[in-house]
Design a protein around this ligand. Structure first.
Ligand SMILES: [Zn+2]
Length: 148
């Protein structure tokens, strides 16, 4: 097989190397390599729906269909490659949003007296013993965005 041939991974839209690790994973799971394209096998199980998306600003997980997810979409955020939540331009270039640090500097002590704090991601009130994040905002490493 030609080592320098590439094919589009239909699941991500990115190029992968024919004969590479990811290529064989796809072949193994649910695709046939046919006429230079990856073609989904008819008997393959349906793709797993997204459980979460990746916030490109905070690098946190955002639960699909969750409260934060709809907040971001309503605020004009976009989804790229079915995974990356990308803010509208004014969020990047405009006034900075209040940061967790700024809010906690003002209200942190009062909140601590009530035995609560704010989730670092979505600022919802959570119990102090819950840690820094609410259940919907679990820290996550970004998926590695490159060919195999
Ligand atoms: Zn949260």
């Amino acid at each position: 097989m030609d080592a320098n041939r590439y094919v589009i991974n239909p699941e991500t839209g990115w190029q992968i190397r024919v004969g590479g690790v990811r290529f064989y994973q796809l072949i193994d799971e649910r695709y046939d390599y046919f006429n230079g394209e990856l073609v989904r096998r008819a008997n393959a199980p349906p793709p797993r729906p997204r459980q979460y998306y990746f916030n490109t600003i905070t690098h946190r997980r955002v639960t699909a269909g969750g409260r934060r997810y709809y907040e971001l979409l309503n605020a004009g955020w976009d989804i790229e490659n079915d995974y990356y939540l990308v803010p509208p331009p004014e969020v990047i270039s405009g006034n900075p949003l209040p940061t967790h640090e700024r809010i906690m500097a003002i209200h942190g002590e009062k909140l601590a007296n009530l035995n609560i704090t704010l989730c670092r991601e979505c600022f919802i009130a959570i119990n102090l013993e819950q840690g820094e994040y609410c259940d919907e905002c679990i820290p996550l490493e970004p998926e590695i965005k490159k060919c195999n």
